[in-house]
Write a protein that binds this ligand. Structure first.
Ligand SMILES: Cc1ncc(COP(=O)(O)O)c(C=O)c1O
Length: 486
């Protein structure tokens, strides 16, 4: 496996990420004129989820299901064993889970949130409390769906946007102890830790912290559940940032992490592949408790709602997750973009995490109150002036409380996802260029309001509208500065 700690130096001294793969299949992109992008925004209710890719130039909405697949994954998909039950593709998936994640028992599910549904259905009851480093939207929605609540237990530094702390995803151990004592062990079905904590900017936890969480779980006899959707990247950052592991293999780091969890689940749309998911454990009793829910919600136990081709791709992708030349690609591009914007004084989450570059909308749009959704406004404005589709990760992505009141997010972020091995460096430089222009013209961005608000996971399909004609004014300024450029 390639060792990226042996850095590739340029004679020129330039510090840029070098791709250790080549492109063999390409997809044509379309950069439509700004006038069409404005129309598309209105059609999509100023919600980037609702844009059609025919209007999108660089799709940085998410890395979920959009990572490039390898030649080996595509080859394996052709050999898939199409069977309702007892498919050999599942055997290969199970073997990969055992060899890479170190877990013997595997339950296939169609994607990450399906795993969350199954786990919450089995373990969460009315009045349950699930302590976690931080929520992910779908994890929270499933826990609350079954009558539970969550408590987010990060250290204060996690909320500091511009920071040098290497492990902002660490769980606060004192708060964890306090949470358990306040609610009592019987109320806590499990502690959830999320690798490369998504909603605070793809920030990892350290092995030292996970060891402490495990010790607390052991002290009180509470299960530990690991959301491993972004496990490979968390492991890679452990190798870069936690001195004890600088010479460790990816496999050793990954198995140290999964070995501390009683139950591991993942979205294979992120971990290893572009579709699917799984739940795995070495605890046979727990496995048996969850097992009946798979045929009920997902499909038979050897496909879990996935096509066998997807199952094959996950298996190969799990082994590839151990290859540092593959897993480092997205974090290195993100680091490049984050550092380039940071050098220009554009507020971004630092240190660079995984998954994407996170722009701090609360500061870029200081003039927009949280009631007018600054991160949603920044996402819309950036699409308008660049054709680059990012994702709002702020109050629009939050859900209302039990009484129907708005809950404002701790951070208002525009996430520009960088899926693995998808974009080129000149495309990343285009993002840097257009974000620089937008930052200089940020006073032209205005707020948004909901005009159509779904009751659950509203950010996916909700419709918003601008509070004024700011999009038209922003477009005029673009034309003034860029002439007839796309
Ligand atoms: C940390 C984390 N957990 C769970 C999920 C849900 O996975 P899926 O989108 O496959 O349902 C995601 C998806 O982005 C995620 O980032």
């Amino acid at each position: 496996m390639g060792n990226t700690n042996q850095k590739i130096k340029f004679y020129s001294g330039e510090n840029i990420p070098l791709e250790l793969h080549k492109v063999r299949i390409v997809q044509k992109l379309h950069l439509v004129p700004i006038e069409r992008r404005l129309e598309a925004l209105y059609e999509a209710g100023f919600n980037t989820f609702r844009l059609s890719t025919k209007d999108v130039f660089l799709d940085m909405l998410t890395d979920s299901g959009t990572n490039a697949m390898s030649d080996h994954q595509l080859a394996a998909m052709m050999e898939a064993d199409d069977a309702y039950a007892g498919s050999q593709s599942f055997d290969r998936y199970q073997k990969a889970v055992e060899e890479v994640l170190g877990k013997k028992y595997l339950l296939p599910v169609h994607q990450g949130r399906a795993a969350e549904n199954v786990i919450s259905n089995a373990l969460v009851k009315k009045g349950s409390v699930v302590p976690m480093n931080y929520h992910f939207t779908t994890a929270l929605a499933h826990i609350t769906q079954y009558g539970g609540k969550i408590e987010e237990l990060l250290y204060d530094e996690a909320y500091v946007i511009n920071s040098k702390h290497p492990f902002k995803g660490n769980m606060n151990i004192e708060k964890l102890e306090d949470c358990i004592q306040r609610h009592g062990v019987s109320k806590i079905p499990y502690i959830r830790v999320e690798a490369s904590t998504n909603l605070i900017g793809g920030q990892p936890f350290s092995i030292a912290n996970l060891r402490e969480v495990r010790a607390v779980a052991d002290k009180y006899g509470i299960r530990l559940v690991l959301d491993a959707s972004l496990l490979g990247e968390n492991a890679w950052l452990v190798k870069q940032r936690e001195p004890e592991f600088k010479d460790a293999s990816m496999k050793d780091i990954i198995q140290l992490m999964t070995g501390m969890a009683d139950l591991v689940y993942f979205s294979a749309r992120k971990l290893s592949s572009a579709r699917g998911g799984g739940i795995c454990t070495n605890d046979v009793a727990l496995f048996k408790e969850l097992q009946p829910l798979i045929p009920l919600f997902e499909g038979f136990l050897t496909y879990g709602g996935m096509s066998v081709r997807e199952v094959e791709a996950i298996a190969v992708g799990l082994y590839e997750t151990l290859d540092e030349t593959m897993i480092c690609q997205s974090p290195q591009y993100i680091e490049y973009l984050v550092n380039a914007l940071d050098r220009k004084g554009i507020p971004v989450v630092t240190p660079a995490g995984v998954l994407g570059c996170h722009v701090d909308a609360m500061r870029v749009c200081e003039h927009i109150p949280q009631t007018a959704y600054p991160a949603g406004a920044l996402a819309a404005a950036f699409f308008l002036i660049s054709g680059v589709r990012g994702m709002e990760r702020g109050s629009v992505s939050n859900q209302r409380d039990e009484d129907g009141n708005e809950t404002y997010a701790d951070m208002e972020l525009l996430r520009l996802a960088v899926p693995r091995r998808v974009f080129t460096l000149s495309q990343i430089k285009y993002v840097e260029d257009r974000m620089t222009w937008l930052y200089e013209n940020r006073h032209l961005i205005g707020g948004l309001k909901f005009v159509d608000e779904p009751p659950v996971l509203r950010f996916f399909m909700g419709g918003l509208a601008p509070l004024t004609d700011w999009p038209e004014k922003l477009m005029s300024k673009f034309r003034e500065d860029f002439g007839d450029s796309l």
